[in-house]
Design a protein around this ligand. Structure first.
Ligand code: SAH
Length: 452
């Protein structure tokens, strides 16, 4: 049959897309149904049909999946943050495991590679240590929450179940009292109003809390009142910072950062490694699972203390500092110079002297290291979603370190890169997915490869 706009169809959901929408096949034609789960029969209203696929609205669940649960968040349907709160946590983990397994077969041509069950969280709520909360004024009403899916409209809420309680308190109370302070929230269209974003960061281990107010201008008369309010709402706050962003942009931060009260940084630790985090530093957002992830990466590296190791795409050197305790030397490379500055400072903070850091593109710096005569036993890579640069993969295949540990936030590009490494003489030993972002469709995976 041909699926047409406005059809009402009862369909069986076979799978989920990477965005968390249900997928039905109507005589082979894929129909995406947001909110539907695999194994369900649902009634739908077809909204849009394209040549190769279409979209339908979920009207009614006729036969529910045993994994269907009530999404606990009241704005789950609107908010772009979580996609899977209607799916039991066990169901989510199984789905993520299958997603990794599928790409290993389809893209990596590695149907037999062992993919372990996803390492999930015992309590998959309130796991984020950072919240970036947009503030806006619409028709005289202050809104704050999280952006709706693919939009800059705010899903207004007083609480977010994956962020810290401190972030909830700030979000709710600041929203309530903003107008009383005479402080206007930002209006993106008119480019006016002072308060653009509020960022709340919390050290899981230290308990330290930083609140960052991103404002349109440097001077605002309500500064003291805002500090007082924050200190009243979160009495254990340790750092209140202002960032000034005068630009007409949807980039959150501007160039200037000023400490308003307390310290300019918070400290946190992962395992027994300490980190100093400033308003704009990159830092993993789920510290509890980061520890699980890094431990797995370290286990796969199988270091005995004699090795020289590369940590490519090292960020602020978090994995490097973990590796440094077990290796002879670690060389970290990262494209953002500020992150390399943080990495060096963090090495010092932890008394680590065998980790070296260089700013630059991994695909340029690593061939340079080899050309200088350096040799490496183990290569750790943790690239962004697009995966490893082609040139880096070619360098690996030229110099052939004996072991590679690949930390990936995108299973599709991981599988693509594994195929290239396999063709070049490596064998994928194991894949261990880790759930860093419960209730979203994201999945992280650590892979161990050996040269044969
Ligand atoms: N390993 C770190 C960060 C991983 S995120 C951690 O666990 O915290 C990926 C990092 O790769 C980002 O910090 C990004 O800035 C960096 N990056 C992106 N492209 C790069 C390139 N071509 N060369 C080196 N680093 C790059």
């Amino acid at each position: 049959m041909t699926v047409k706009k406005n059809d009402r169809l009862s369909v069986y959901i076979e799978d989920l897309t990477h965005d968390g929408a249900g997928v039905a096949k109507v005589d082979g034609y894929p129909l995406f149904v947001a909110g539907a789960l695999p194994g369900e029969t649902v009634e739908t209203h077809v909204l849009k049909t394209l040549k190769n696929y279409g979209f339908a609205k979920l009207l009614n669940v006729v036969e529910a999946s045993p994994d269907r649960v009530m999404a606990p968040c009241p704005v789950f349907d609107q908010c772009g943050g979580c996609q899977l709160q209607h799916f039991s946590y066990e169901g989510q983990l199984k789905f993520k495991e299958n997603m990794v397994r599928q790409v290993m077969t389809r893209i990596g041509k590695l149907p037999d590679v062992p993919v372990h069950p996803v390492k999930g969280m015992a309590n998959p709520w309130r796991y984020r240590n950072k919240s970036q909360i947009p503030f806006a004024e619409e028709a005289g009403i202050v809104k704050a929450g999280f952006y709706k899916i693919r939009s800059h409209n705010i899903a207004n809420t007083d609480a977010c179940m994956i962020q810290s309680e401190e972030a909830d308190s700030i979000m709710m109370n600041l929203k309530r009292e903003l107008q009383g302070l005479g402080l206007r929230a930002y209006d993106e269209v008119g480019h006016r109003g002072m308060l653009r974003h509020v960022i709340v960061r919390k050290g899981r281990a230290s308990g330290e809390v930083m609140v960052v107010l991103v404002t349109l201008k440097k001077k605002f008369p309500q500064k003291e009142a805002a500090i007082e309010l924050i200190r009243r709402v979160v009495p254990h706050v340790t750092s209140i910072v202002q960032n000034v962003n005068p630009n007409k942009t949807n980039v959150i931060f501007g160039d200037e950062t000023i400490t308003l009260w307390g310290k300019p940084v918070i400290v946190d630790s992962i395992g027994d490694t300490k980190f100093e985090i400033s308003a704009r530093s990159f830092y993993q957002v789920n510290p509890e699972q980061t520890e699980v992830l890094y431990k797995q990466a370290l286990d796969y590296a199988q270091l005995n203390g004699d090795e020289t190791v590369i940590d490519a795409y090292c960020g602020i050197g978090t994995i490097s500092l973990f590796l440094a305790k077990k290796a002879k030397e670690v060389y970290g490379v990262e494209i953002v110079p500020q992150a390399i500055e943080d990495a060096k400072r963090n090495a010092e903070l932890n008394g680590v002297t065998n980790a070296h850091f260089e700013a630059g593109a991994a695909e340029d710096v690593i061939p340079k290291w080899y050309a200088e005569g350096k040799r490496f036993d183990v290569l750790m890579v943790d690239p962004p979603r697009k995966g490893c640069d082609e040139k880096l993969l070619q360098t690996i295949l030229e110099y052939k370190p004996k072991r590679i540990v690949y930390v990936s936030c995108n299973p599709a590009t991981l599988a693509r890169d594994l195929r290239i490494l396999e063709d070049g003489g490596y064998r994928t030993q194991e894949v261990q997915p880790v759930d860093m972002f419960p209730h979203t469709t994201h999945v992280e995976a650590v892979t161990w490869l050996e040269l044969i």
